[in-house]
Write a protein that binds this ligand. Structure first.
Ligand code: NAP
Length: 481
């Protein structure tokens, strides 16, 4: 594919690629600002058309599960066949280094396969109502039926994988989907949609509308025919969506601020190696990036000795260069904002163990030592290659420091003690706790989702399908006696 090819895709409504009266947006590479493609902006008319077509598809009734499964499998193969080309597109439009972009494409194919498997085993359960006096002649069970039209709204940082999670799970569940990808990175999502159609997905089951969140996103969310919103993005936008939905369903995968606890009995060198990838992969623009490293004071010096040379060795630059570890942030404004947060922390008494260096959207990795934990760069979501090192005296203090944030997506703890691991896993207020690895660990079949301001509901096809189906109860009565 040439870099301009995705631009010819347009909006996807009812199986055709559309232009609109509202003009086009340029999709630019974060690294050098080059235009990668132009995509038409949807108006409320296209949004309504897409929802109407999806509603009609839902009324027609779902595809048989085996057919959904076969389509998803074929799409996975098609994505894999275009692996290098799609990885390059992901790297170009998101600024993600090639190594990680390849990983994203591989995971996208796997997610579609996971969804294909789950499509064939959607099930309810038996309810033993015959155990209740007077109901001996009845039997009850539940079935899961598609919710209807799902609006999938995705962020910039997983331009192929995030749409695949939502669209793959919705198709597996038997729903119809309208996808709104991030305006900064819509090209990979359009390629995913093209591959699903080419794999045999009926044209009215998937539509893609592109355009600003506060116009296209709002129009989609406000349409009462949308039964459910599956949203991944910032907490502020998630709250705005929740407030507009009334009783309609939502899965909200929101921001994070992940801690990594390195206990006194941990393999400190292994923790340091994992912390580097966990903190700085994709320039920290990952919701489960390690943002705070809490190190037992007995091993703090050893940890720094192992960690800092690895940080110094990270290569910052062009995401298309195979040697690059850290590419650009999405925009220069975001890099400037993160740099300002770091400088504030230093002005307030924290120390930077690294040189604070920025060039446009490129921000070199920052390690802050002992900043004030009330500062935004520590307790809020920084979403940048910035990590804070803090010490603690005992596990109680580590847990209370780890929980001292509004967020609760995933946490990591390195320890050799099973007792410490089990205790921490109960007391850490996070949707997932990873022992002897960082919060960055994720395989796509696991239930993934946060607590507190990190959202509600789970992703991972099996769990997303539960969210995207309704449970209906069926009561069967034998011939009344
Ligand atoms: P964002 O600004 O919240 O945008 C996410 C999506 O919402 C985009 O498609 C955006 O459209 C759209 N949107 C914006 N305003 C909207 C509105 N009023 N109604 C409906 N949709 C609207 O987030 P981002 O900057 O792209 O992504 C980074 C954030 O996502 C971080 O907070 C990160 O932690 C979070 N995230 C969470 C997870 C998770 O699984 N928990 C995973 C990845 C990322 P535009 O692009 O047009 O603004």
């Amino acid at each position: 594919m040439t870099e301009g090819m995705a631009a010819q895709r347009g909006l996807l409504i009812g199986g055709s690629w559309r232009t609109t009266a509202a003009g086009e947006i340029d999709v630019r590479a974060p690294y050098d600002g080059r235009v990668l493609g132009r995509v038409p902006v949807a108006t409320p008319i296209e949004v309504a058309e897409a929802v109407m077509s999806a509603t009609d598809a839902h009324r027609r009734g779902p595809l048989p599960p085996a057919e959904r499964s076969a389509i998803l499998r074929r799409a996975a193969t098609r994505i894999r066949d275009r692996g290098d080309e799609l990885a390059r597109l992901v790297a170009l439009e998101s600024g993600k280094p090639m190594r990680e972009a390849r990983g994203e494409v591989a995971r996208t194919a796997l997610v579609l396969e996971e969804a294909a498997e789950e499509a064939r085993r959607i099930t309810g359960h038996l309810v033993p109502i015959d155990g209740v006096a007077g109901s001996e002649d009845r039997i009850a069970y539940t079935i899961r039926v598609p919710v209807g039209v799902v609006a999938a709204i995705t962020p910039f940082n997983g331009p192929l994988l995030s749409p695949a999670h939502k669209v793959g799970s919705a198709i597996a569940a038997g729903d119809a989907v309208v996808l709104k990808p991030a305006t900064a990175t819509p090209l990979s999502a359009l390629e995913l949609a093209a591959e699903l159609l080419a794999a045999g997905l009926p044209a009215d089951l998937l539509h893609v509308v592109v355009g600003p969140g506060d116009a296209v996103g709002d129009a989609l969310v406000d349409d009462p025919r949308v039964a459910m919103v599956s949203f991944t993005g910032s907490t502020s936008v998630g709250l705005r969506i929740r407030a507009r939905l009334g009783l309609r369903r939502a899965t909200l995968e929101l921001g994070g601020n992940a801690p990594l606890i390195v206990h006194e009995d941990a393999d400190v060198e292994a923790a340091a190696r994992a912390a580097v990838a966990g903190s700085f992969g994709y320039a920290g623009q990952v919701c489960i990036s390690v943002q705070r490293i809490l190190v037992h004071r007995a091993v703090r010096e050893r940890f720094e000795r192992a960690f800092m040379p690895l940080v110094a060795a990270l290569r910052v630059g062009d995401p298309l260069d195979e040697a690059t570890d850290i590419g650009p942030m999405l925009t220069t404004e975001k890099a400037l904002q993160a740099e300002a947060g770091v400088r504030d922390a230093v002005a307030a008494g924290g120390r930077s163990l690294t040189e604070i260096r920025r060039d446009g959207a490129l921000l070199w990795p920052v390690v802050l030592a002992d900043p004030d934990i009330a500062l935004p760069v520590v307790c809020q979501e920084v979403f940048a290659p910035v990590v804070s090192l803090l010490s603690y005296a005992d596990l109680d203090e580590a847990i209370s420091l780890a929980n001292a944030t509004d967020y609760g997506l995933q946490a990591g703890i390195f320890t050799a003690s099973l007792a410490v691991a089990l205790d921490a896993s109960r007391r850490l207020e996070f949707g997932g706790v990873v022992v002897n690895d960082t919060s960055r660990y994720r395989v796509d079949r696991m239930p993934y989702g946060g607590v507190k301001s990190s959202g509600v509901g789970k992703e991972g096809p099996r769990y997303a399908i539960e969210e995207m189906t309704e449970e209906h109860l069926v009561v069967l009565r034998g011939t009344p006696r």
